[in-house]
Structures are given as structure tokens and as C-alpha cells.
Design a protein around this ligand. Sequence first.
Ligand code: NAD
Ligand code: MG
Length: 351
Amino acid sequence: MTEDDTQTFDSTVYYDDDADSEHIAQKTVAVLGYGSQGHAHAQNLADSGVDVVVGLRESSSSWDAAESDGLRVATPADAVAEADIVSVLVPDTVQPDVYENAIEPNLEAGDTLQFAHGFNIHYNQIQPPEDVDVTMVAPKSPGHLVRRNYENDEGTPGLLAIYQDATGDAHDEGLAYAAAIGCTRAGVVETSFREETETDLFGEQAVLCGGVTSLVKQGYETLVDAGYSPEMAYFECLNELKLIVDLMYEDGLGGMWDSVSDTAEYGGLTQGDVVVDEHARENMEEVLEKVQDGTFAREWIVENQAGRPNYEQLRTAEKNHEIEAVGEELRGLFAWQEDEEADDEKTEVKA
Ligand code: NAD
Ligand code: MG
């Protein structure tokens, strides 16, 4: 059984009671990579009583770190060979290479390939054999929070998706894995590789990373071009964004509108759609189409194969935007203020 592309996106949410640790208790998990997600999955699984082996290159600086965290470490190939579940937590751009060299030759029928993001499966950069399970357990948080929440007996919300169920046990095993890293304590939303991959790419491009930075830069440029000071433009268009985002995160759009002045609320409600208008919406649909039809994925894969020339150029241009220099200076002023406050406290302690 493989994922059905025509499925609708109605979500089920799973909690601790839905998971049965028996589906992972007797298994060995190879966690490949010991970065943000890898260190958190490996330690949480081990603390949940699961047998874990971390797979790292012999040259990896993480080898000692994983061992001093009390984990067994082996090369990726050896780790896969002894594992029943292979959790692929190396960077997405190196996964196809690690799959070809270390995973595929050592994978056995009935094993599970477990991912935290669907890119390589969804866009066919990794094509697993039919006799293995292919699952995704993706915490909706960076790894250090996945680990910290687990240690504090709290959970991290996550996603579960089954791409291929060769054994008939993929779903129960995926839920047991999600429970072992602490996700079912908070809630695990059922999704598909397709939905996770496409929404993740769209969100980071259109809204979170791409959309927001363009909004900030264009707001800043509009004020500076009209003769206002770069410092004021920086404060209004970048610095205060954090306050607004914090309010939305805590209490939704309504919480934010309730907290700002009536003037800000009225002006925002009337002018927001003037700025991000139907053209922006059409552009978003274009961005989504390029995600859906694989155009973006192909472009990014080729860009990597070519040694990332366009990526490096864009990075340099972004670094050289005036707002970055202004921001560095202003943040320096805040740091000086904070230093002074810290000094005051020290003086008080001494006195
Ligand atoms: P990372 O960059 O933090 O860590 C990657 C690890 O892989 C490092 O330990 C690195 O040393 C190791 N590595 C690199 N090349 C390797 C190779 N050739 N062979 C063996 N090991 C190698 O990565 P991450 O952010 O934890 O991402 C891992 C996966 O988790 C990705 O699929 C990512 O999309 C997904 N994910 C990340 C987050 C996040 O917040 N960071 C959240 C959800 C899902
Ligand atoms: Mg194996």
C-alpha cells in the first residue's frame, strides 16, 4: 500500500492513549545524524527504553558528543545493518547520497525508513524498495525543544504520515515512535508526505521566511525613500515585528488586534489588504503551483548539483541590504544598554 495522492486532508489527532509502546519496544532504531532533530530523537528514544544506535561518519565531530550522551555510535552503514527502524535525520540535501551509500545496501525486508520531512520521498529523490515501511514522524519544533520538553515531562506536537505500509504495522509503529520521542503527550496530527512537504515549502516561501522578509524590506525601503531616517524605518518595520508575532502566537490574530491601539487596529484592518492585495494572492498561487508540480524541487536539486551559485549570490545580496547594517548598529545600542543594566545589578550586589 502506498500513499494515495488523491486523499483529502482531514486530520486525525493522536495522543498517548492511542500509542502502544509494544510496537517499538523490541526494535533497534538507527538515528542517522546527530544535529537538531537527531540528538533529540536519539536521546528521547533511549530514555523511553528503546535500543538506539546513532549513525555518524567516522570524521564527525558529533561522534564524541553522542557517546558522552550515553549513546552507542556506529557508521551509518553499520547502524542501518543492525537496525529495524532507520530514522533519516541528516540534512535533506545529503539524504539521497546517504541513502544510496549507507542505507539501501543494508536495508532488509520489513525494516522501516523513518523521516522528519517528506521532500526526498515526495519528489522521488529516494525510491525505497516495496518491502519496507516508509513513515514520517515530524515534531513541529526545533530539536532542542523536542529534547527539553521531553525532559520536562511535556510534549512537542508532531505529524505522522505513512507513505508505504509493507508490514501492516507501519501506523502503529509510527505512533509508538512518536510516543517515544514525546509527541503524543502534546498531540500528533495525521497527514501525508505530500501534504507535509507541500505545505512546509509553501509556508516557508510565501509567508514565513520569504514573504515576511520581503514585506519588511519593502516597508523599510518605502520609508527611507520618502526621506525618513533608517533608524526609524528599522524600528517600525523590523524591530516591532517580534511584538506583533508574539501576540499572534499567544492568542491568534484576535489577541493581537485586542492588544494594539484602536488606531492601529482600524488602520491595519483597512490598509493590510491594500498592501497584500489580490496580486499577492495570485503570486502565492503561483508559488504553490511550483511546489505542487515539482518545479521548485527540480530547481533546488539542480542548484545543489551545480554547487549553489545562485543561492550564494542571493545570500550575499541579502546580507548587503542596508537594513542589515542599520540593524546591527541599533542592536549594538541595545546590547550596550543591557550590559549597563547587568553592570548596575553587579554594582548593587557589591554594594
Ligand atoms: P542538522 O543540520 O541539524 O543535522 C544534520 C546532522 O547530520 C548533523 O549531525 C551532521 O553532522 C550529520 N550529517 C551531515 N552530513 C552527513 C552525512 N553525509 N552522513 C552522516 N551524517 C551527516 O539537521 P536537522 O535540522 O536536524 O534536519 C534533519 C531532518 O529533520 C531533515 O529532514 C529536516 O527537514 C527535518 N526537520 C528539521 C526540523 C528542525 O527544526 N531543524 C524540524 C522538523 C524536521
Ligand atoms: Mg536492518
